[in-house]
Design a binder for this molecule. Structure first.
Ligand code: FMN
Length: 382
């Protein structure tokens, strides 16, 4: 779900700002600890696997759940697992999106290894592809091999600046067709399509929003997101994952009781209506859309989709274009089915093809990095 910052500003911003005089307090409210992994990436020198891991954990992933767990017990190898209680069973019942996020992780891992002259040979699902959900079997086995002619990937240079930008974009700034083509060319195996044509963009905005409305009005899917809200520095630093609402305004609102999680789930409440009003601008200011399709929907397809998706995100970063996934219409639960079908038709999916990612593009404000668990906590010990 997109963040709720605007909604919160509507609900209580006036009152909080009127309180005034909170400048120095405000300075201390950034969850700086939770952003440290972005500053510390690459610092570890001893083991190239750890170094690559410190970058890979910066990958985009659904609801920032960071489900990756790496086993380093075999020298020169890592075995990647999915921590199963970090999946999203209501909005992602077949773990498709979680697997795409693991693909993003593997791409950054491989780019980071190449940067230091290592080739990371990746075998997907070495003990078989789990279906219909992921299980305890490994997602990938990665072997490190010294590569004399290592070719660093220029996209790696954008890893630390990459963001999912969930804010409203500048509605006066179109995204040039040439730039969209350049971003699309960063993908290696997926089929990428895009549009910045006004009528098409408007139609897709409406479809994406209609799907978001279903997610918000379906109690269990909305609750999955509300349960992952981390409001204010203390909550974010205690659990640097999920949907983070940082900053002095959020903290003040929380204290005044205006962030009631139950009210957000009550479709008849004022809070619910204001939440929807606040989420909509990010849909209304989508200036272009891009989508990524794979020929099938095997686990390997999903991993490849993730590898390509983060490449698009990095290429966009390098070109100064903001990107933001809008996955609601891609989700596989009964209430969403009409929107799922509608989005497939609107994006021209061929029979058998899978729409793996759907994102908006434009130009938004600069953002701080999103929270991460330190990479050391994502190493499997047992
Ligand atoms: C498969 C996938 C689906 C995602 N879907 C959404 C989405 O529907 N809405 C959204 O706001 N962000 C979505 N995201 C972005 C994540 O929320 C984001 O990557 C995460 O919060 C970490 O933030 P960062 O990318 O800025 O590091 C998605 C990311 C992935 C990989």
């Amino acid at each position: 779900m997109t963040n709720r910052r605007k909604f919160l500003a509507l609900v209580g911003g006036g009152a909080v700002l009127a309180a005034g005089g909170a400048g120095s307090w405000a300075m201390t409210r950034d969850p700086a600890q939770a952003r440290l992994p972005w500053e510390q990436a690459g610092e570890t020198e001893d083991d190239p696997r750890r170094k690559a891991l410190s970058y890979a954990i910066l990958a985009p992933n659904p609801h920032n759940r960071q489900p990756w767990l790496a086993d380093l017990s075999v020298p020169d190898e890592i075995t990647l697992y999915c921590q199963q209680d970090r999946r999203l069973p209501h909005t992602d019942p077949y773990d498709r999106q979680i697997t795409v996020g693991l693909g993003c992780f593997l791409e950054l891992f491989s780019q980071a290894a190449a940067q230091d002259g290592w080739r990371a040979d990746i075998e997907f699902f070495p003990e078989g592809e789990p279906q219909p959900r992921l299980d305890g079997r490994p997602v990938a086995r990665v072997r490190f091999a010294a590569q004399s002619n290592a070719q660093p990937d220029p996209l790696f240079g954008h890893v630390l600046q990459r963001r999912s930008n969930k804010e409203a974009f500048d509605s006066s700034r179109a995204v040039d067709t040439g730039l969209l083509g350049e971003i699309a060319s960063a993908a290696r195996t997926s089929r990428i399509a895009f549009t910045n044509e006004r009528a098409e963009v408007e139609a897709l905005r409406a479809k994406a929003w209609a799907a978001m409305d279903v997610e918000l009005r379906t109690y269990r899917t909305a609750k999955e997101s509300v349960d992952l809200l981390r409001i204010g520095k203390a909550e974010i630093e205690a659990n640097p994952d999920g949907i983070d609402l940082a900053g002095p305004l959020m903290e003040a609102l929380s204290v005044t009781g205006l962030l009631d999680r139950e009210a957000m789930l009550d479709v008849n409440s004022t809070v619910f209506r204001q939440q929807a009003e606040a989420l909509k601008p990010s849909f209304d200011t989508a200036m272009a859309f891009m989508w990524l399709a794979t020929p099938g929907n095997s686990r390997a397809d999903q991993i490849r989709a993730g590898r390509d998706y983060v490449r698009l995100n990095l290429a966009a970063t390098g070109l100064g274009v903001d990107m933001h996934p809008m996955s609601q219409a891609l989700q596989e639960y009964p209430e969403m089915q009409p929107h799922f079908d509608g989005m497939r038709a609107a994006t021209g999916m061929a029979p058998g093809e899978t729409l793996q990612m759907f994102v908006r593009l434009g130009y938004g404000p600069r953002l701080a990095a999103s929270p991460r668990w330190p990479y050391e906590t994502r190493i499997r010990t047992a």
